[in-house]
Design a protein around this ligand. Structure first.
Ligand code: GDP
Ligand code: MG
Length: 167
């Protein structure tokens, strides 16, 4: 199987880290500073008969007054429409306005959706996320929720299986 997979989410949730881990190589720039990835980055993974093209999106940014933010929002939105699978990355213990912005953009999206709950290695209260995940599950009845740690490589094989099933 082959297809395109977009990785979306607010800045700093670990999109680029995830892509690097899935590809087994450093492709996307990662840093603490948001907006390190300004353009959509492509990474191709070939494994047996499967070939996946990953699209690392720059993330959505609230302040649409800035031209660079408008550009990045456009890049992320068109990526989500033009792919076979969308992976929405969120953080296990934190839900921000940025996450909500992405969730709102994904509303009504026909593309199969996977919600990757990242930073599963971090301790802390995950209660904050439960109502948000419930709301997402209601809006996207077919969506799969997969807990992962992009940094430690936890459960990424499951994530890949779930992605390939949907291609
Ligand atoms: P992006 O803006 O969504 O592309 O996020 P990055 O991939 O640049 O990661 C932002 C920060 O989160 C970096 O400091 C990463 O090391 C960190 N990070 C990413 N994944 C994990 C994870 O699974 N666990 C922990 N503890 N930190 C992570
Ligand atoms: Mg990034």
């Amino acid at each position: 199987r082959c297809g395109y997979v977009a990785i979306v989410g607010r800045p700093n949730v670990g999109k680029s880290t995830l892509l690097n881990h899935l590809l087994g190589q450093k492709l996307a720039i990662t840093s603490r500073k948001p907006q390190t990835t300004r353009h959509n980055m492509l990474g191709i993974k070939t494994e047996g008969p499967n070939q996946i093209v990953f699209v690392d999106t720059p993330g959505l940014h609230g302040d649409a007054d800035k031209a660079i933010n408008r550009y990045m929002n456009r890049a992320a939105k068109s990526a989500a429409r033009d792919v076979d699978v969308v992976v929405f990355v969120v953080e296990r213990t934190r839900w921000t306005q940025g996450d909500q912005l992405v969730a709102d953009k994904l509303r009504g999206l026909k593309t199969p959706l996977i919600i990757a709950v990242n930073k599963a290695d971090q301790f802390g209260d995950k209660g904050e996320l439960l109502p948000q995940l419930q709301a997402l599950a209601e809006q996207h009845p077919q969506a799969e929720i997969v807990p992962i740690s992009a940094l430690r490589g936890l459960n990424l094989d499951t994530l890949e299986e779930v992605i390939v099933e949907r291609l």
